[in-house]
Design a binder for this molecule. Structure first.
Ligand SMILES: NC(=O)c1ccc[n+]([C@@H]2O[C@H](COP(=O)([O-])OP(=O)(O)OC[C@H]3O[C@@H](n4cnc5c(N)ncnc54)[C@H](O)[C@@H]3O)[C@@H](O)[C@H]2O)c1
Length: 372
């Protein structure tokens, strides 16, 4: 099978490319080597030579046409991810890019075996909770006033009491930032146009994926990259809020196996699936596990900074994808081990983590609670 992987020079994409090549598929990569991810604008060393490379943009018709050529399937991973306030760019890259793919497939009448479209856990916004008295609820965006006072947890809409966080299931997306909105819209384009024009399509809502090849230059590309960057430059890992926010960090190997499952299973078509490890960890525990792995006696820097539009607790229920036989296997220690074993995490790259934090602070994407 000839598979086109958009964003194939990136983190998840390059691992997907390796897995496809390993099983004998022919692979084309479409990637514009965006500066936020690839600061030198060069093809990364980690991208195998065993694929055809098309340098181009998913918002450009001619670039899609050059890449689509005789593809049998598309894994659409190229996206704009960040915490910056350039809201229209999320819509432009993520939504226009996805709509354009379907426009061209319909126009060309190109029959495809499958399109796998990358979505995100960000579609769940603040996630799901229960109140012991008032039941399940999906809190809206956390109030800027409460965040500024360092009151991190959402409260019950009815009684104002504490809520218990729950796993998010696929049936109730409610994004609370521009990225999440754009991913939900992209998913809607893909699944709806796929159904309308009989282009088999699957959407995968990735939890936070971690592992080697996460660009150290990209502020969005993960807590592990940021923590390692701070520690390698003599600092402490900077933890947002109070560090007690919970997540289901997921090994990139499990994201790749989800993509292969989506490509191979006809009964996946037409649906969105969560892809997460099922292992729930606090950010603080993650930072401490990393410091342990590095043999450091430092404590994380819990500074009261917070990211605007960030989520308090969120993790995904993966039972839907498990019904197709997919099982995650990566653990947190393995994620940390594999990342640290990657030469790109070596201690002499420029201090991208501090620069990314400074950039987010200077643009108001990261604020400080004034109660501290
Ligand atoms: N990494 C995660 O934790 C995570 C979580 C949820 C969802 N996702 C989704 O998974 C996909 C892959 O994420 P990733 O972490 O590998 O990202 P990444 O930033 O490492 O890779 C994205 C790649 O897409 C390319 N790209 C960006 N804009 C492009 C454009 N306009 N045209 C062509 N190429 C473009 C970049 O150059 C990069 O190589 C994305 O769709 C993302 O939204 C990732």
């Amino acid at each position: 099978m000839h598979v086109l992987v958009t964003g194939g020079a990136g983190f998840i994409g390059s691992h997907v490319v390796d897995a496809l090549v390993a099983r004998g598929d022919t692979v084309t990569v479409l990637d514009n080597l965006t500066e936020r991810v690839h600061p030198t604008r060069a093809w990364p060393q980690h991208l195998t030579d065993a694929c055809r490379r098309v340098r181009g943009d998913v918002t450009e018709r001619d670039d899609w046409l050059a890449a689509l050529h005789d593809a049998h399937a598309v894994v659409h991973l190229a996206a704009y991810q960040d915490y910056q306030a350039d809201f229209s760019r999320f819509a432009h890259v993520n939504d226009v890019g996805t709509a354009l793919l379907y426009e061209l497939l319909v126009e060309r009448g190109q029959p495809l075996h499958c399109v796998v479209a990358a979505s995100s856990q960000a579609v769940y916004g603040e996630g799901a909770y229960t109140c012991p008295e008032h039941g399940r609820q999906y809190p809206p965006l956390r109030s800027p006033k409460r965040l500024a006072r360092g009151l991190w947890d959402p409260v019950c809409f009815a009684c104002g009491g504490p809520l218990d966080p729950q796993a998010s299931t696929e049936d109730r997306p409610a994004p609370t930032n521009a990225y999440g909105i754009s991913k939900l819209a992209a998913e809607a384009y893909a699944l709806t146009l796929g159904a309308r024009y009989e282009i088999p399509t699957v959407a995968l809502r990735f939890s936070i994926i971690q592992g080697p090849r996460q660009s150290p230059a990209n502020a969005y590309s993960g807590v592990l990259r940021a923590f390692v960057g701070h520690v390698q430059h003599g600092g402490r890992p900077v933890v947002f809020e109070d560090g007690r926010q919970r997540r289901d960090y997921t090994h990139v190997r499990d994201a790749v196996s989800a993509v292969l499952t989506a490509l191979d299973r006809p009964d996946a078509v037409g649906r969105a699936f969560n892809v997460g490890s099922g292992q729930v960890t606090s950010v603080l525990d993650y930072a401490r596990a990393l410091l342990d792995a590095l043999g450091s006696s430092l404590e994380p820097d819990v500074s009261g900074r917070y990211r605007v539009g960030d989520t308090r607790h969120v993790w995904s229920d993966t039972s839907r994808l498990r019904t197709l036989g997919w099982r995650p296997s990566g653990t947190l220690p393995e994620i940390i081990h594999d990342y640290l074993a990657w030469p790109g995490a070596a201690p002499n790259f420029r201090n991208w983590s501090s620069r990314a934090l400074q950039r987010m602070e200077s643009t108001g994407a990261v604020l400080r609670a004034d109660s501290r």
